[in-house]
Design a protein around this ligand. Structure first.
Ligand code: AMP
Length: 293
């Protein structure tokens, strides 16, 4: 496995692989890898000849300097996990390598999808994401890129960026990987202490409660959101940010539930902000369909 820190080398290696007929897979990450990231890496390994993982804690998507400073950085163990998973190349640039002129003057506007839900709580976050992802796609060239449904709004925005900017990238969405109790795996979970970790499962319970209500025939999204909030409120360590019932494609809020929806939740557990989401379908259309996690 090759470790590449220079953009020029990253572009050249993937270009050379493609020129020999190899298909290229890219898994963009911020490191501190866990089984969620590894599921993306495994999917990419299965489908692509040459597999690159990028590890870059992107400062432009953090509004809060203390959040950026506290973000876990574990390059040594990340490299070991990538090596064991059969990754061909890790691209781990410095901030100066990615942004040699400092704050970028030209950025990619995520549009309306970027200003709802997470965008309301984290202003500028998605512009940072779309900008860095577009830079990574530009460096990587034609490829398949793998993203987790864990960050459902991010996945929707990346898909839309690729469509609207005509990028030669096939975006693959992969299901959320969870701990045994349901908590979505996240690099941020390592910042929870024992009581916070126990309380954090409230996000999953809240989603499950919302899904159960919809499966039982509840059509009023405000009733669903009230239940989801009540579940979050059962723990004093959990401070709800938002609960949402959204269209799975546009992410616009749904009032009367008549088809598949996406439930989304964000909450602060002590100093750590967590997000999660889940598909839910009403009984009228459930039939034999399996609902993804
Ligand atoms: P991050 O390092 O948090 O920026 O995540 C890198 C990629 O891994 C993103 O596409 C995430 O959506 C994905 N990811 C993070 N956690 C999970 C998880 N628990 N299950 C599946 N994918 C995940």
């Amino acid at each position: 496995m090759e470790l590449v820190e220079a953009k020029r080398a990253f572009r050249a290696c993937l270009g050379s692989a493609r020129s020999k007929g190899a298909s290229v897979g890219l898994v963009p990450t911020m490191g501190a890898l866990h089984d969620g990231h590894l599921s993306l890496i495994r999917a990419a390994r299965d489908e692509c000849d040459t597999l690159a993982v990028s590890i870059f804690v992107n400062p432009t998507q953090f509004g809060d300097a203390s959040d950026l400073a506290a973000y876990p950085r574990e390059l040594e163990s990340d490299l070991a996990q990538c090596g064991a998973a059969g990754v061909d190349m890790v691209f781990a640039p410095s901030v100066a390598e990615m942004y040699p002129f400092g704050e970028p003057a030209v950025t990619v506007d995520p549009g309306p999808l970027g200003s709802i839900l997470e965008g309301t709580s984290r202003r500028g976050h998605f512009a940072g994401v779309t900008t860095v992802v577009t830079k990574l796609f530009s460096l990587a060239g034609t490829c398949r890129a793998y993203f987790g449904e864990k960050d459902f709004q991010q996945l929707a925005i990346v898909r839309r960026t690729v469509q609207d900017l005509e990028l030669d990238v096939e975006v693959r969405g992969c299901p959320t990987v969870r701990e045994a109790d349901g908590l979505a795996m996240s690099s941020r979970n390592t910042r929870l202490d024992a009581s916070g970790r126990e309380a954090a499962v409230a996000l999953w319970r809240s989603l499950e409660a919302g899904r159960a209500l919809i499966a039982a025939g509840e059509q009023d999204s405000s009733a669903v959101m009230a239940t989801m909030r009540a579940v979050l409120g059962q723990s004093t360590l959990v401070v709800a940010d938002y609960t949402a019932v959204a269209d799975p494609f546009t992410l616009s809020s749904v009032e009367e539930i008549s088809g598949e929806v996406r439930l989304l939740v964000a909450a602060r557990v002590e100093p750590v902000r967590l997000i999660d989401n889940l598909a839910a379908i009403p009984p009228a259309i459930a039939g034999n369909r399996a609902v993804g996690k």
